[in-house]
Design a protein. Sequence first.
Length: 54
Amino acid sequence: MSEEPTSGRTRQLPVFHCPYCGDEDLTPHEDSGWRCSACLRAFSVRLIATGVQG
Ligand SMILES: [Zn+2]
């Protein structure tokens, strides 16, 4: 018997994968970066545009 709510009301964080090895074990690195615990690469993610159309 499952007790987990499956009504879709729970908001999940977006799944983010390491762009180099695809692992999901990422930890914050410095200011705006992430470090992959699998391949030990550190990288940054930067928003360059929004969905607003001009
Ligand atoms: Zn990686």
